[in-house]
Write a protein that binds this ligand. Sequence first.
Ligand code: PSU
Ligand code: MN
Length: 303
Amino acid sequence: MVQFSEEVQSAIHEGKALVALESTIIAHGMPYPANVETALLVEKTVRDAGAVPATCAILDGKLCAGLSTDQIELLGKEGARIAKASRRDLPYLVSKKLHGATTVASTMIIAQMAGIRVFATGGIGGVHRGATETMDISADLQELARTPVAVVSAGAKSILDLKLTLEYLETYGVPVLGFQTDEFPAFFTRRSGLNVDFRMNTPQEIAELLHAKWSMGLTGGVLIANPIPEENQIDPDTIERTIIAATREAAQAGISGKQLTPFLLARIEQLSGGNSLKANIQLVLNNARLAGRVAGSLALITA
Ligand code: PSU
Ligand code: MN
């Protein structure tokens, strides 16, 4: 079902630690060419941490785990012309043999099919601000509820309602872990004023929790919240003002559905004069490093 790159194929064969990576962040989350440079640097970071990266996408209707540099370049260059593919989009793209950039939800699906248990991204989707009216809740949260993959993220952008996002995860039984923190991070900043469920101080501890969850036969994933490094944080007031402005513009322009997140991401980057892009890149690399170490620990436990 899944088409592997040679590197990923032999890693699976040799029982090496693997880390899944998404491609919506490449096609829709960052501008070209920073998106391609970042994607390649993220892969290198996973390798340096002792694991093998499996960037996922849908190419000509095939679910892929592990992409060539040319394939990453294609996703980066085509950008928003490539369909953003979440769970509900997979059957259409596969049956029509089209390309798709995978979100957190669909990357988790491909990872599970490939037997990959750890996944690094920037930020997950969640419950949007105003969701009590719009019902805009990312399919990423349902995927965390049902698919057994651990997702390392820098928390979630406060374009979302973080409190409702955590409530939703609690309802669906998804453990939220804080790596060396008690507080759920808000993507560009280390603080949100909200607590994680459990603080974890080492990758080993995280791997032990994952092993415990899945050994019990509990379904679903785990959210590993890894705060942005101190030196890369953006001033919280500045980012909050930017988010409010971008959210207002989206409402005025009538933007909803799958367009909303990419619209907000792009506007925030424009309004913050590229400052947010720098922070975004650093936090993704930080997550790739931690995911590589967690995957390594998990491989030792399950070997
Ligand atoms: N949040 C970010 N950067 C991103 C995304 C979210 O800070 O790139 C992307 C991810 O691929 C995520 C998707 O899975 O957006 C969520 O989209 P939606 O809210 O439409 O479910
Ligand atoms: Mn949505």
